[in-house]
Write a protein that binds this ligand. Structure first.
Ligand code: FAD
Ligand code: N01
Length: 536
């Protein structure tokens, strides 16, 4: 399928990133006889699970669901050991998939894509690499990840710190021993909530710097019961199909009833039962917890009580209780997070009282206080959804820059492609359910949609596909209309880009897997409605 032209040898597809999206994309395209190459900045596969090696890193969607389903043999063969697999086990799984489907020879590691320029005359992409080489391809697939560009806070003196600074998303492969060290953790999102209990076990002192408290629910992680696994595997395909019909594409035991339609007593019982199970399913206790503030308040009050119960010091407990609507930032899932504050060597610094002003050598300075430490952990998250894409100098038709196009917020049709940038696909891009779903099936849905689209173009002799600006605009408005029906835009979350200085505040993911999938399918049935296809 690849061909040559005045610009040199071209391959069919360059795939940027070797996480779960890039791995499956390569497999799928190879099955279609296409020549594709994955370019990956890391030295191995796994993406998220390659980079986030901080202590305690695990998934928060049960492993039996947070895994590929494109191969029934694969899902039958692979054995997860725990309800929520560790980073190490998920990474081994990604490596196993690559080996099983013989994909390694299609991947180039330790290489970053720095630029992708569309050559209008040739309908080709020129892909620049940081080793000064380049590739040329008909299509580019951005499998760059929603949560892959670490967010480094702009704190004065951080770069000149005289103690080691670790970002949770760029954790040293050899691990870090915090024994007898005074450790600062900046941030209280999922990464901090997972890592702090383990750091607390080692460190001499642990000081956690909190700007916004988060809601967290126990994971109650445990080894998987072989009987449960056997039963689930006996109906795996059907189980997966059923889950795909649910709002988040995952089995959260959704209850299609309003929190306000039941008595306070019944609601409390339901909340207690959900709490006892633990995990993200809590928010599926009622169908309006993320849509109705009054309903949300009932869950918020319940969480407040639970947090206060878990922390001995009532003044400290109060500082750990969020005031945001529950769910508007991703709910965290923990193993003993709040309880660490009952240990004498663990301290909380509430940055609402005085923000961090600078790092002064080995000290974090907030207000008048200097916190001297031996190591700083940045659990400060990601430039989410767009950061990894706009990190690349992407230029489309007539040399138009994607960074410029997205300066006031990302615009993409279905989160799959963007007007002005032909033959460029995004896996779980802004405007798709992505981070508001179980991401593995969402990745599979996108990969399959893109592969089918390329097959359709080849069989109908189309050379280029690009969304129309009108279809894109309508979709972006729709994404925001749906978000505005929910509590999601109600706090400064990374869903809105609010965690990154200078980033436009636009709600990026699409809320609702089933209507989204229906729309994607409808677009195809209607001859790629909303896209312009150009004949060869
Ligand atoms: P990634 O895994 O992020 O991979 C993208 C790859 O692209 C990276 O390896 C990166 O190095 C590479 N890349 C980016 N830019 C370039 C470039 N310019 N050149 C070369 N390479 C580049 N989701 C869930 O649904 N359930 C969970 O339980 C869950 N847990 C998570 C836990 C953590 C700690 C984090 C950070 C995220 C979690 N997620 C979870 C979201 C997770 O990111 C996705 O589930 C999934 O792993 C994303 O896969 P991906 O291939 O799309 O992207
Ligand atoms: O990042 P975050 P994360 N000074 O953005 C704070 C997935 N994930 O890596 O809220 C002080 O949530 C920031 O404060 P604020 C999951 O989707 C899943 O923890 O902006 N503080 C916040 O507290 C998750 O949602 C798991 O006020 C600063 C924290 O840093 C997503 O990845 C585990 C600051 C960042 O929290 C991101 O999670 C890990 C500053 N200058 C990740 N800048 C699972 O459990 C930022 N902060 C599966």
């Amino acid at each position: 399928m690849s061909d040559s032209n005045e610009y040199g040898k071209s391959i069919d597809v360059v795939i940027v990133g070797a996480g779960f999206a890039g791995i499956y994309m390569l497999h799928k395209l190879r099955q279609q006889g296409l020549e594709a190459r994955v370019i990956e900045a890391g030295s191995g596969v796994g993406g998220t699970w390659y980079w986030n090696r901080y202590p305690g890193a695990r998934c928060d969607i049960p492993s039996m669901q947070y895994s590929y389903q494109f191969s029934d043999e694969l899902q039958q063969q692979w054995e997860w050991s725990e309800k929520y697999a560790t980073q190490g086990e998920i990474l081994s799984y990604a490596e196993y998939v690559v080996e099983r489907f013989s994909l390694a020879d299609g991947m180039t590691f330790n290489t970053r894509v720095t630029a992708c320029h569309y050559l209008d005359a040739a309908d080709q992409w020129r892909v620049e690499l940081d080793n000064e080489e380049h590739l040329q391809a008909r299509f580019v697939v951005m499998a760059t990840g929603c949560l892959s560009k670490p967010n480094y806070p702009s704190i004065d003196g951080l770069r000149a710190a005289t103690v080691p600074v670790y970002h949770t998303a760029q954790w040293p492969h050899e691990g870090v021993d915090f024994s007898n060290r005074r450790v600062a953790v900046i941030g209280t999102g999922s990464s901090a909530i997972q890592s702090s209990p383990i750091i607390a076990q080692q460190a001499q002192t642990l000081t956690i710097f909190q700007r916004t408290p988060n809601y967290s629910i126990p994971a109650y992680n445990e080894p998987l019961d072989p009987e449960y696994v056997r039963d689930l595997k006996s109906r795996y395909r059907q189980y997966r199909e059923e889950n795909w019909q649910r709002g988040f594409g995952a089995d959260f035991d959704d209850n299609d009833e309003s929190a306000l339609a039941v008595s306070a007593q019944e609601r409390r019982q339901t909340y207690e039962e959900r709490w006892a199970k633990g995990g993200l399913g809590f928010l599926a206790a009622y169908n309006d917890l993320v849509f109705d503030m009054q309903a949300n308040d009932t869950a918020r009050e319940f969480f407040k009580e639970k947090i206060v119960q878990r922390v001995d010091d009532p003044v400290l407990a109060e500082k750990l209780v969020p005031t945001n609507p529950i769910g508007c930032k991703r709910l965290c899932v923990d193993s003993g997070y709040y309880e660490i504050y009952n240990q004498d060597h663990v301290h909380l610094v509430d940055l609402n009282e005085a923000p961090i002003s600078r790092i002064d050598g080995n000290a974090v300075v907030a207000g008048d206080a200097r916190y001297e430490v031996d190591a700083i952990v940045l659990a400060t998250g990601f430039d989410a959804m767009t950061g990894a894409i706009t990190n690349i100098d992407v230029r489309g038709q007539q040399g138009r820059s994607l960074q410029d196009k997205w300066a006031s917020g990302p615009k993409a049709y279905l989160g799959l492609a963007t007007a002005g940038f032909p033959n460029l696909f995004l896996v779980t891009g802004p405007g798709s359910p992505s981070v508001l779903s179980n991401m593995l099936p969402s990745i599979e849905q996108h990969v399959e949609w893109i592969a089918d689209c390329i097959a359709y173009m080849n069989s109908h002799q189309y050379r280029a596909i690009v969304p129309t600006p009108e279809a894109e605009q309508t979709w972006v408005e729709h994404v925001n209309e749906i978000a505005d029906l929910s509590v999601y835009p109600g706090c400064n979350s990374w869903y809105l880009g609010a965690n990154v200085e200078g980033k436009s505040r636009v709600f990026m993911p699409y809320l609702g897997v089933p209507p989204y999938v229906e729309k994607c399918n409808e677009v195809v049935v209607n001859g790629y409605e909303g896209f312009k296809l150009s004949a060869s």
